[in-house]
Design a protein around this ligand. Structure first.
Ligand code: FES
Length: 193
């Protein structure tokens, strides 16, 4: 079944055969590819990876990355290199909602560490872990460019700023009740909490 290993994930040929964009999503992908000159379709890699991550469970499995490589006519290693470089891409399974708490200077000075500890306690997980129900993953990331509203976290396309423990409680409740995958391609993002 498995032909080769990619990191700690095995490549599964049978699973690879099931990875395919719907016609609607493929049309969006082709539109993105068309923005670039012929032969330069690799330039579409980042937006296509975001779509793939949102479409195939919130993370990029080796099979998904292989599929993206085939669409862009590039080598799988070229996709792996990019996917493993950016923290916005997950190469291990994550929960439906990934809390990415900024831990850089301004956020750190304004209590990011306390926010991380609070979320850990509340969700009963540590950083880089996912809750047993598959709902939440907690990560720490570097500056997200919202330093004036520190401390903050990102979940999918939404920024949540000026965090307090009460805001974290409300966020967890809101996302739990919505119970759906949050991705960077969400169009209904809001920063109201
Ligand atoms: S330091 Fe946290 S957003 Fe910049």
């Amino acid at each position: 079944m498995s032909t080769h290993a990619h990191g700690t994930q095995n490549f599964d040929k049978a699973k690879r055969a099931t990875i395919k964009f719907s016609d609607e999503i493929m049309a969006q992908v082709q539109e993105i590819i068309k923005r670039y000159p012929t032969g330069k379709q690799k330039s579409a890699l980042l937006p296509v990876l975001h779509i793939a991550q949102a479409e195939f469970g919130g993370w990029l499995s080796p099979e998904t990355m292989d599929y993206v490589a085939s669409i862009l006519s590039i080598r799988p290693i070229e996709v792996y290199e990019v996917a493993t470089f950016y923290t916005m891409f997950h190469t291990q399974p994550v929960g439906k909602c990934t809390f990415e708490v900024c831990q850089t200077s301004s956020c750190w000075l304004n209590g990011a560490e306390d926010i991380v500890r609070y979320i850990e306690k509340k969700l009963n997980i540590k950083v880089d872990e996912t809750t047993k129900d598959g709902m939440f993953t907690l990560k720490t990331v570097e500056c997200l460019g919202s330093c004036g509203t520190a401390p903050m976290l990102q979940c999918g396309a939404s920024f949540h700023e000026n965090l307090t423990f009460e805001k974290v409680d409300a966020l967890i409740e809101k996302y739990r009740s919505e119970n759906r995958l949050r991705s960077y391609t969400d169009l209904d993002y809001n920063n109201t909490l």
